[in-house]
Structure formats: structure tokens, C-alpha cells
Design a binder for this molecule. Sequence first.
Ligand code: GLY
Length: 341
Amino acid sequence: MHQLVVKGGSGDSIIQVGEHLAALSRYVPGKRVVLITDNNVWDLYGHAFPDHPVIKIGVGEQIKTIETVQQIYTALLEWEADRSTYIVGIGGGIVCDITGYAASTFMRGVGFGFVATTLLAQVDASVGGKNGVNFKGYKNIVGVFNQPEFVLCDTNLLASLPEQEVACGFAEIVKHGAIGDAALFAYLEANYDRALSLEKEVIDKVVFDSIKLKAAVVNRDEKEQGERKILNFGHTFGHAIEKTMAVPHGVAVSLGMVVAANLSVQRGLLSPDDAERINVLLQHMQLPVALDIDRKSVLDAMRRDKKREGQTIHFVLLDRIGHAVVEPIAIKELEKVVTAL
Ligand code: GLY
């Protein structure tokens, strides 16, 4: 097991990579504990949960709403939760985001932690302190920065994930390599098949390296005033695709990284060879690098991106594998790129 620390304004967040769900009780302080999970995770792993009240939520991006948070508040009141209640979210990105938001707002904030059960949650959604929900078609538009006290990443749980969900987690790992860890990127290039088959040694290493990169960025810029923006590599275009087409997050981010890499080449920042390496690695990770899109809807969605400032969007580009830069891009230039897709 390997430990990492995110030092947030609200306190430290201890990330345990390789820790087991069965060890959860060791991390939970006090007696009044409530667990939040979804129906899938409950069916697969509910038998291994410690003995505490469980709130079950549905699955899918469409339930990441204020209404679901209200259901959690209602259940917490029914369980007579108070300020000493401790909440643990056990699940993927949606469970972690909703749990973090509900715990941060119930009674102005109670202690909380996560057990991340999907690859995407382990390398991205559970780490970093952003918690929130979608509202009126805007992704993560309502939320808070608040660090979970602990995150357990049990890589043994990944074995039950459908192949596409594993691939989607790898989209974020490729992203972390591309923006800040050339060695991780090269390791994945050399070991993609062992990574995809979740070989223990390989998966533990890439999950750890990926979180290490994210934790280091968050430690330097928790509230996304500057450097943290690089974690959005592939996400501006990716979120626009997600808003317009029913594709999983990792699929959208994969396409978004291809667009961002092409834009980086177009601007003379990135060599075509490096853009090709990204393309090839994404395909090795079973991720798409091209898709038929409704260009007009994608452009409309990009215009409504919350990172837009006036006529520009802060777009994350690469100047080499392992190094990102953030540049303001005029909406007009993006229109050209999307139209040319
Ligand atoms: N909770 C995800 C993040 O902070 O990026």
C-alpha cells in the first residue's frame, strides 16, 4: 500500500492506494457513520461494507442532481444524523461527487471520506476536493471545494468493471501522463496490454503515479487559480461532447485530448510526432480518437462552457508530452477546429 497527501485549505486528505475496502472501519472516526453508495456497488460489494446505515442512490450522470442530494439530506434526517455524523461515499465518480457535496453542506459540513471503486474515481474523481452536481445541463456547475479526509483506492475492486469503464479510467491516466509525467506516458506505451488486463503490479503503479501527479498539482493550486487548469486537458471539448451525446466521460475526454493535441500542433507548440503518440496510446487503451459529432451542438455547448471568459476560452494545450500550457483561444478559432473535424 502507498500513501499520498493532498494538503487542502479544509485539511489534509490522505489517499491510500492499494488499501482494501475491508479495512474501511480503521479509517472512520466515531460511531455515527452513514455510508452512501449506488445500487450497482451495493449489489457487488455490499456484503463487505462495515455495519452502518446505507443510503443507496441510482446510477448514471442523470442522477447527479440537487434532487439526489435532497434525498440524501432526507435520509440523513431520518437516521437522526447530527454534526458528529461521519459520511463515507463508496463508489465511482458520481457517488464521490454527490457524497462530498452532501457532506459539505449538511449541517454546514460534516466529516467525510471515500472508497473509490472505479478506475476513473481512483485516479480522478475522488481526489482533489471538488464536489458538486450538475444543474440545468451544466456539468458540475454547483459545488464546493472541500477535501475528503481519506480516500481508499482498492485496485482489487476494478476486476468487476466492464471493459469500457476500465478504458475510461485510462483516459484520465493518459491525460496525467500527457500534461505532467512523461515517464508515466512512456510506461503506458510500453505496458498498455498489461495495464488493460489490470495486472496488479502495473495497475497499482499507474494509479499511484497518476494520483501523485494530480495531488502535486492540487497541492500547488487547490482552488484552480492557475496551474490546476491543466487538469482540464481534453475536458473543454470533452464536456461539450458529453452534453450533446450520450457517451461516457472517458470517451469524451479521449476525443477532447485528440482535439487539444491537434490544436497544439496547429499552433506550433507540439510536434506532430508527439500528437501521433497520443493518438496511438489512446487507441491502445481501447479509446476512440474519432467520432461522428453534431458540430453545431458541440460548438453551442463550448460557448456555454463555464471556463469561457468573454470571446475566449482558456484551453489546455501541450508543448511536449509531459508538459501543458494554458492559452486563451478565441471562440472563432475553436469554431474553425470543430468545423474541420
Ligand atoms: N473531486 C475531483 C477533483 O477535485 O478534481
